[in-house]
Ligand binder design. Structure first.
Ligand code: ZN
Length: 462
């Protein structure tokens, strides 16, 4: 059995791991690098293996940093089968089509600015809408949690609910190599226990090798209930100052968690009943519709609420703005509204217009509810920048900035250690998907197995 790492090595994004067992080549995730310019440039680099040689791709979940290079893989020759849960397929379709669209927009923008300054810049998009459609054409069998999927002679996979986003999974691959039974568990992204919509992360009882994420390997989240209080306080104090509340949202999961909290806050009279809320992200709107179609992904109590039409994602004053003109019209509102827009790390999307319009206003509030990677606009604001450059303009940061850590879709250090402890028989643990300092720190806290921190394209013989 051979294992090599082609992304998320000492960094959070670009997940892509290649497993070779019993003569088949299986890729687990094929994600995009996100964040700094250098990291993003890695997307166009050689994959580190021959795309045409890959037989299967197993997807842990639909976040861009786990599925974003799938169209590139197909463009470079992959013709095998993609296997994922049905919710992941639905969300991944949305994510890669959106990514193809963003890239063609970026390339057009670059070409436009190149004619004036940067002659040498490459302005080809990484892949086109057609490549994205070709990738979707490779979507094959849907995995059900806990049910074994035969991959090829001697190799099988089992998906376990990872509790991270809708449809997310940890994937156990079992291989029988000449009578020798081997197993390797890919954690995917591990969820945060006790979140309202999803189940807590599930694991198999044992695995010989583990490839594990460590995004929050060096810290613990604030308790959940305290974060909900903080969230309501941030909204109410901003409304009291007369400003708008901006919430940069990740379209998948975080948006729906926030809708749920708004629903509960209004139901419990902790937020004004007439609160105007804008969901200004076509992708988040589509994702929210997908959430309503997958009762199999929820705890039984939550699935019952969806079934009873007591929709836990409904908010009385909610307006979903798909059209650009509707989005522009929000600029005329100078206070009293909650505006949710993508992208979560403010690297693009409609949130940039809203930040440009509100950051300079001391009455406004910006509530960050998710991870902000190094090099992103969100991180600069969270880290206390006095001015930020948005859409070609220097904008002073006068708005109140709130960072709510407890809503993370990721397990914190304590939960990661507990997750690892639940799995018996681990011989070797590979730590990925974390900034170097975070995974090193996590490595010091994990049980007796050997710990490896792979470098990009590093290969191991197991
Ligand atoms: Zn994720």
């Amino acid at each position: 059995m051979n294992l090599s790492f082609h992304g998320a090595a000492e960094t959070v994004t670009g997940s892509c791991h290649l497993l070779e067992a019993c003569g088949v080549r299986i890729l687990v995730d094929c994600g995009m690098f996100q964040g700094s310019r250098e990291l993003q440039e890695d997307n166009a680099s050689p994959l580190g293996f021959d795309a045409a040689s890959i037989d299967y791709v197993l997807l842990t979940h639909a976040h861009l940093d786990h599925v974003g290079r799938l169209p590139l893989l197909v463009k470079r020759g992959f013709r095998g089968e993609v296997i994922a849960t049905s919710a992941t397929f639905e969300l991944a379709r949305l994510v890669i089509l959106d990514s193809a669209h963003l890239q063609s927009e970026d390339a057009r923008h670059h070409r436009h600015s190149r004619s004036s300054k940067r002659e040498s810049d490459d302005c080809e998009p990484l892949y086109s809408m057609l490549d994205a459609l070709d990738a979707i054409g490779r979507f094959g069998r849907s995995a059900e949690y806990g049910k074994v999927i035969p991959i090829s002679s001697g190799v099988r996979a089992t998906f376990f609910d990872a509790g991270h986003i809708l449809g997310s999974a940890s994937i156990l691959v079992d291989a029988n190599e000449g009578g020798r039974k081997r197993s390797i568990l890919f954690s995917g992204d591990i969820g945060n226990d006790g979140r309202p919509l999803l189940r807590a992360p599930q694991t198999p009882t044992a695995a010989e090798h583990v490839v594990m994420e460590g995004t929050y390997g060096d810290r613990c989240h604030r308790p959940f209930a305290a974060s909900v209080d903080e969230f309501f306080d941030a909204i109410n104090s901003t409304l009291a100052r007369g400003g708008n509340v901006l919430i940069p949202t990740f379209a998948l999961e975080r948006t729906q968690d926030i809708l749920y909290f708004l629903h509960e806050g209004i139901a419990q009279a902790r937020l004004p009943a007439t609160l105007p809320v804008f969901l200004d992200s076509p992708m988040a709107i589509s994702a929210t519709e997908i959430f309503r179609r997958h009762p199999e992904c929820y705890s039984s109590g939550m699935a019952g609420r969806f079934a009873a039409a007591a929709d836990p994602l409904s908010v009385p004053g909610l307006r979903m703005t798909r059209e650009t003109l509707e989005s522009i019209a929000i600029n005329r509102i100078h206070g009293g509204a909650v505006i949710m827009a993508g992208a979560g790390m403010c690297t693009g999307g409609r949130i940039r217009h809203h930040l440009a319009g509100n950051l300079g206003n001391a009455a406004a509030g910006v509530v960050f509810v998710g991870f902000a990677a190094l090099g992103t606009l969100a991180r600069r604001i969270v880290d206390g920048a006095r001015t930020v450059r948005i859409l070609g303009e220097d904008i002073p940061v006068r708005a109140r900035i709130h960072t709510i850590n407890g809503f993370s879709a990721h397990a914190d250090q304590r939960e990661l250690v507990a997750w690892h402890n639940r799995i018996g028989g681990i011989k070797m643990t590979f730590l990925v998907h974390g900034e170097a300092s975070a995974i090193r720190e996590l490595g010091t806290r994990l049980g007796p197995s050997r710990i490896e921190i792979p470098k990009l394209h590093q290969a191991f013989r197991l």
